[in-house]
Design a protein around this ligand. Structure first.
Ligand code: ZN
Length: 111
């Protein structure tokens, strides 16, 4: 009979195997003790800069189709300010330009 068989819980040896040391807290990161376990909920805020302000375009013309189209999806929908990061003033101008271009059938209402 093998005498080194201590891994079995019901082994006949008298002293139970010594328990391992307290398990390290795997749910908590040592570097960030304030944040409890779980996935990261928020990303670091990234500053969005209005592209049109940066390029010093103060008036968006409906004839600048390349610019106006860049604020739309491929299916012809306008992209929101939240996505593009355009300021409110320029978003109003882009929205008006898109609507004019749709009416002139330069840009599609939908694809
Ligand atoms: Zn702007």
């Amino acid at each position: 009979m093998d005498t080194e068989n201590t891994s079995q819980p019901g082994s006949s040896s008298g002293a139970p195997a010594p328990r391992p040391a307290a398990r390290p807290d795997i749910h908590r990161r040592p570097d960030d003790s304030r944040r409890p376990y779980g996935p990261r909920k928020h990303f670091a805020p990234r500053r969005k800069v209005c592209r049109l302000c940066a390029e010093k375009i103060d008036q968006v013309d409906y004839k600048q189709v390349q610019i106006v189209k860049s604020f739309c999806t491929d299916t012809g929908k306008m992209l929101s300010r939240r996505i593009t990061g355009v300021c409110a003033k320029h978003q109003r101008q882009v929205a008006r330009a898109v609507k004019i271009n749709r009416n002139l059938s330069i840009m599609p209402y939908s694809v």
